[in-house]
Write a protein that binds this ligand. Structure first.
Ligand code: MN
Length: 475
């Protein structure tokens, strides 16, 4: 009887290639179940119940639900042989279901009801215990529903949004031993929301940027059955392997999926994970930094496109020197006992910069001379003063690549305006003005007494910053 049930299973597989079992094991004495985590083209969990000499099976894209409030899709698939119950291994590329298979949970179960369209069981596993019902909705589509109270009654749903905590600009604290030090990444601050079958990347203003970075999606698979909210930075690297905001910028403004894919090959993005804010039903923001860091490292986020950069306890001056020598932006000092305060700029996190940097609103440009004749020579920068007026903050004439100058010309052209957006002091007479809609990031040495930037250098556009929010900062 089992042999006949296994025809589809056997037909789909080449047993001389796949390490999966051929079948042949006789029925056990007790009904067993297994949930296998299957890293196939799409990550899913295979839920299998021993019944009449085979494993009756469903593929569950979001895994076995742990809470009666959420039902999960369970796609009914072919019966598997009994010896599949402890199968773990790698199904080779080119074969059916290619990818890694791991046993996620196993145990015994009791049948409460077994009908053609409805199966009710009580599971006794290591991770999952309790009563479940599977019921057919249409064709091969079934649902799996937990009938008992949640596995973890204290588990809370994943928050919709956690605003990133911000660091205050500062200098090296005297008590270096009270702090951990991390490299400051020059990219786009990003909060990752990941649970089985769902993955979202949000910018610091809450913009959904998942589609912009398709190569980072697989991070969700890497996290397996974990549900996590991570804090980190998306970066692109320059030829020297240093994070380059200007290179990443080419990834931010793309409209079509095809353009995103093309650019992802040219300028791949990396996710640097530096904090975990919520994990498997628990809010971690109230825990001290050291505890969150330990949990983060436990997740093992190390891959081709994502990493957990090291943190160093104490000896910040040494790391600051390393970052300066490497041409990096600076370092961040985080108080070892500090809690995560969403959306706040905290004094317990300090930005220690090698250069000052600030955001400015672009109010126009000066025409170029000599080599740049007929093109943009410098951008006119502005910041809002305490009364909310946009005031002139000087010209930014370096830091551009040729391609970036061209792109800027294209972006500024439709914004051309006959009047100056600046109030009070005006830039040189030959200026061209635009509506103040674009925000640029600049590095500079200091603010002059007359309120302009000394030695500013262009770093890139910031479309995650509202022009109206740009005010004069110490940098
Ligand atoms: Mn599978």
């Amino acid at each position: 009887m089992a042999r006949k049930k296994l025809q589809t299973y056997e037909k789909k597989r080449r047993f001389e290639e796949t390490p999966e079992p051929k079948g042949g094991e006789k029925r056990g004495t007790q009904e067993r179940f297994v949930v296998q985590e299957h890293h196939a083209m799409r990550l899913h969990w295979d839920f299998r119940l021993e019944r009449d000499g085979v494993l009756v099976s469903w593929a569950v894209p979001k895994g076995v639900p742990m809470d009666p409030k959420t039902n999960h899709l369970a796609v009914h698939v072919e019966d598997h042989p009994l010896d599949y119950i402890d199968f773990e291994g790698e199904i080779p590329a080119g074969n059916y279901g290619a990818g890694k298979v791991l046993v996620w949970d196993h145990g015994t179960y009791e049948v409460e009801k077994w009908r053609e369209k409805e199966v009710m069981v009580v599971l006794h596993g290591e991770r999952v215990q309790g009563r479940y019902v599977l019921f057919q909705t249409r064709g091969k589509d079934w649902m799996i529903h937990r009938m008992d109270p949640p596995v973890d009654p204290e588990a809370e749903p994943m928050p919709e949004r956690i605003e990133p905590m911000k660091a205050t600009l500062g200098s090296m604290p005297a008590a270096e031993g009270d702090y951990a030090f991390e490299i400051k990444w020059d990219g786009v601050r990003t909060i990752v929301y990941s649970s089985p079958g769902e993955f979202r990347l949000e910018s610091r203003t809450g913009r959904d940027q998942t589609k912009q970075y398709p190569e980072l999606r697989a991070l969700g698979r890497e996290l397996g059955s974990h549900s996590a909210v991570l804090d980190g930075e998306i970066v692109a690297l320059d030829e020297q392997g240093r994070p380059s905001f200007q290179r990443l910028q080419g990834r931010i403004h793309l409209g079509t999926e095809a353009a995103v894919k093309r650019k992802a090959k040219e300028v791949p993005a990396y996710f640097m994970a530096f904090d975990v804010l919520w994990l498997n039903g628990r809010d971690l923001t109230g825990l001290p930094y050291t505890d969150r860091r330990e949990l983060l490292e436990g997740l093992g986020i190390e891959g081709e496109r994502w990493r957990t950069p090291e943190h160093q306890v104490g000896e910040g001056s040494a790391l600051a020197k390393v970052s300066l020598d490497a041409g990096l932006e600076g370092i961040i000092a985080k108080k070892l006992d500090s809690r995560y305060v969403p959306g706040k700029r905290s004094r317990e996190w300090l930005k220690i910069k090698n250069y000052r940097s600030t955001e400015v609103v672009i109010g126009g440009w000066l025409p170029g001379k000599a080599g740049r004749a007929g093109r943009i020579g410098a951008l006119l920068a502005g910041v809002h003063d305490d009364d909310g007026r946009l005031v002139y903050a000087g010209r930014v004439g370096t830091g551009f690549t040729e391609a970036e100058l061209e792109r800027l010309a294209g972006l500024l052209e439709p914004l051309v305006s006959s009047s100056s957006p600046f109030e009070g002091r005006q830039p040189p007479k030959v200026s061209h003005f635009v509506e103040p809609r674009l925000v640029a990031s600049v590095e500079f040495s200091e603010w002059t007494n007359s309120g302009t930037l000394r030695q500013p250098s262009y770093k890139g556009l910031r479309d995650d910053v509202e022009p109206s929010s740009v005010v004069r900062t110490p940098g």
